[in-house]
Design a protein around this ligand. Structure first.
Ligand code: CO
Length: 178
């Protein structure tokens, strides 16, 4: 098990567009494993590679339905419906906001054998997938909020981060509950 430090809001890599992976090699397999380990240690439902400092188009989602999703070079090919719901982000801990997302998505991804395949998801899982794909484009959930709400959250973030240095958060292997 390998946990990687999380990059927090302010770290430039969160604003980078990830580079396409293309073929899945051992390095990508390790990246996927580390993403799952790190996401679970942080008790999140999704994590994108740039959140652990790797600007490549890889993300993972696990909403606890027994069917975790690996997103390699994901592309949304169909989306339906719209629903507002609360979101948070492991890179912006303790801040939450209401974001409109499609209620059902069909996403094309590359599987472990390098073939393009489709993943379908609804509700929370669809929301998490859209949130993670945003990350791969350097987009954060706060970008979807109204300017006023966004400003309020950023002010709160500055207060929370007062005295903190750098933009990395080390994780403990045992999850810490707050
Ligand atoms: Co996030």
């Amino acid at each position: 098990m390998s946990l990687r430090p999380l990059h927090l809001l302010g770290s430039p890599v969160l604003r980078e567009r990830g580079v396409e992976v293309g073929s899945v090699d051992a390095e990508v397999e390790t990246l996927v494993r580390d993403l799952f380990d790190t996401m679970r240690a942080a008790e999140g439902v999704g994590l994108a590679a740039n959140q652990i400092g790797v600007p490549r188009r890889v993300a993972v989602v696990d909403v606890g339905d027994g069917d975790p999703v690996t997103l390699i070079d994901p592309v949304v090919v169909e989306q339906f419906g719209k629903e507002r719901g609360e979101e948070g982000c492991l890179s912006i801990p303790e801040l939450y906001g209401e974001v409109d997302r499609a209620t059902r998505v069909v996403v094309e991804v590359t599987d472990a054998e390098g073939a393009r395949t489709r993943v379908e998801a609804t509700d929370l899982k669809a929301r998490a997938i859209q949130h993670e794909i945003d990350h791969l484009d350097g987009v954060l959930f706060i970008d979807h909020l109204s300017p006023l709400k966004r400003r309020l959250l950023l002010n709160k973030w500055r207060r929370l981060r007062k005295g903190a240095s750098g933009y990395l958060k080390e994780l403990d292997a045992a999850p810490v509950r707050d």
